[in-house]
Design a protein around this ligand. Structure first.
Ligand code: GDP
Length: 597
């Protein structure tokens, strides 16, 4: 995984949150066909004008092996961007907000627990009675807010919302294990979120602890230079088990808070972020909020994403009812009508009516945005996995003698699948097909190829019972042809677009919700019904439509040629306001089976 900032050999390419396939190809200096081909390979049938999101683009760049390119999201358009808050002169100091991240099993939970045990603000033993994803601890009379949930996934979700929630990220690295993939990911997240990094080198009580190695890895491979080596990153050697240096760790966080002069406005309507949301029987929605500015009180109206609340109860992180919550305070609120989403921003409004209106406009905005991005990273990952599964062709090969076995296997391996299918020989051997082979093949989709061997009746019955396919051949080419055909069946088809003709719009007669009746002159090729058309205004494509009818002199016709005028019925997916002078490009789109020949 590329680290941030980019290696010097990498070209940083900044793209918008949603980008069309065509734009991405241009940005990456690739042919559209290559890009579309890569999407196909991943099971996505995309056209040049299809929008894909940033994550998808990143995946594709990785899949294409473009190691010299690093994609970065253009911040201005990153998600429903939050307006950054301009601090007033009256801003006051606020507690730092800290996330603990790191590789699994390096001790994040243990460290948080150990800190909480000794440092919980109100020192009642076992004070925390309910689960909440943020806590506050006290050190030297000052508060520190610790986030629990921002596991890596949650952190990524927050980032997508353009939220900068955390001031400091404590990166936990086990002293006996060193830097691992999730450590690297945590460093990347922290940097992308513009958070300050403190490294907690944990498990120092272990004999095998090697903090020097951890520091060397961080310094040489990740540009995190320890203070003691003249760098600017505080690294504290701790043990969640013995409690070693936990005080020092918290002091380091406060030191950073001082340097960063973390402030918030208290005298403005409260606002902040949703950090958890779930339903509880008897209580309804239970929503965790982190106040960023202002003060929150019970009875106020809040809007968060597509939901709103009249705050029924306001609880601190221990579940104790409170009257007021100021900046950097994690609270639990009940009273939300529906569950808001993790990472939603919340704002105060004055009345229920205002709250309701705000949720409606937020919903519309969300719908608009989701309509713009029609392939998401999650989709592509799902499809990629499906494609990967489909593209594995597992076989077991049996042959009469070693010589034939070797040549069958070599020939199978030589079938050029153009990278689209993974031929895996999961078993092989000399001799008749045995019950053992059937057993092995009974895992999903494994085919047994036999060359000049027998399938004894008992084994045949077992194969039928276990639904294992056994294919026996005496001619090697026939066996190979069959394998090739089987693999072809596994490859995703190719989408081929064929240009039919062009037309310039001369008049618009009727515009309905999903249909436009218009007329124009065919400028090249022909116009015909049952084809698709790109609608171009200038050089920009504004829609893709379907031609349902073509008319000339009041009667429906099958085709109209260059130089002639005609009327058209176009089916649209949403209301399309055509203008005179817009151009249509007619084309057909078909799925064509790809072959391995
Ligand atoms: P997480 O996955 O990062 O949250 O890691 P955990 O907190 O669940 O810890 C993983 C394992 O490491 C557990 O078995 C802990 O008991 C152990 N562990 C955590 N911190 C320490 C430590 O400081 N010293 C020792 N010896 N073990 C630790």
């Amino acid at each position: 995984m590329a680290d941030s900032p980019a290696d010097s050999t990498q070209k940083v390419v900044t793209i918008a949150d949603a980008i069309t396939v065509g734009e991405l190809a241009e940005t990456l200096n690739l042919s559209v066909t290559t890009l579309i081909g890569e999407l196909f390979k991943n099971g996505i049938i995309a056209t040049i004008n299809q929008k894909i999101d940033f994550e998808t683009a990143t995946i594709i760049v990785e899949e294409l092996g473009l190691e010299d390119v690093k994609l970065e999201k253009r911040e201005a358009t990153a998600g429903p961007a939050r307006e950054s808050h301009q601090l007033s002169d009256k801003a006051v100091e606020r507690p730092p907000i800290v996330a603990v991240m790191g590789h699994v099993d390096h001790g994040k939970t243990s460290l948080l627990d150990a800190i909480l045990e000794t440092k919980t603000v109100d020192d009642e033993a076992g004070g925390i009675t309910q689960h909440i994803s943020a806590y506050q601890v006290e050190k030297n009379g000052r508060k520190i807010t610790l986030l629990d949930t921002p596991g890596h996934e949650a952190f990524a979700a927050l980032r997508q919302h353009g939220a900068t929630l955390t001031d400091v990220v404590i990166i936990v690295v086990a002293a006996d294990d060193g830097v691992k993939p999730q450590t690297v990911e945590a460093i990347r997240f922290a940097r992308e979120a513009n958070a300050k990094i403190v490294v907690a080198i944990n498990k120092m009580d272990k004999e095998t602890a090697n903090p020097q190695l951890v520091k060397t890895q961080l310094a040489t491979e990740h540009n995190l230079n320890p203070e003691e080596w003249g760098g600017d990153v505080i690294m504290v050697e701790v043990s969640a088990k013995t409690g070693q240096n936990l005080d020092k760790l918290l002091e380091s966080v406060l030191l950073i808070a001082d340097l960063e002069e973390l402030k918030a406005d208290e005298d403005i309507p409260a606002k902040g972020l949703v950090i958890e949301a779930h339903m509880e029987t008897g209580r309804g929605s239970v929503v965790g909020l982190l106040v960023e500015h202002g003060k929150l009180h019970p009875g106020q109206f809040l809007v968060a994403g597509t939901s709103y609340a009249k705050v029924r109860t306001l609880l601190d992180f221990k579940g104790k009812a409170i009257k007021e919550a100021g900046p950097s305070t994690p609270v639990i609120v009940t009273g939300f009508k529906d569950l808001p989403q993790f990472g939603d921003e919340f704002n105060l409004v004055k009345t229920e009516k205002e709250a309701r209106q705000a949720t409606v406009s937020n919903r519309l905005e969300r719908e608009r945005q989701s309509a713009e991005t029609n392939v998401t990273g999650a989709d592509i990952l799902k499809l990629m996995n499906q494609a990967r599964e489909a593209a594995d062709f597992n076989v077991i090969v049996k042959a009469d003698v070693q010589g034939s076995l070797t040549s069958v296997m070599d020939s199978l391996r030589l079938i050029d699948t153009k990278g689209a299918v993974n031929l895996r020989i999961v078993g092989s051997g000399v001799g008749n097909i045995s019950e053992n082979d059937i057993h092995l093949a009974a895992t999903e989709g494994t085919v047994i190829y036999g060359f000049s061997v027998d399938l004894p009746p008992a084994v045949k019955r077992q194969a039928a019972r276990d639904k294992v396919e056994v294919r026996i051949y005496n001619v090697i080419y026939e066996l190979l042809d069959n394998a090739r055909e089987s693999m072809e069946a596994l490859i995703a088809p190719e989408v081929v677009e064929t240009e039919v003709g062009k037309l310039t719009i001369k008049g618009i007669f009727r515009t309905l919700k999903d249909e436009v009746i218009c007329g124009g002159e065919v400028t090249s090729g022909k116009a015909q019904p049952n084809v698709k058309a790109r609608v171009l205004r200038g050089s920009e494509q504004i829609a893709e439509v379907e031609v349902t009818k073509v008319q000339r002199a009041q009667s429906e016709v099958k085709e109209v040629f260059e130089g002639e005028m005609c009327g058209l019925s176009l089916k649209t997916t949403k209301k399309l306001q055509l203008e005179e002078g817009d151009k249509l490009e007619f084309f057909t789109r078909e799925l064509v089976k790809r072959t391995l020949k």
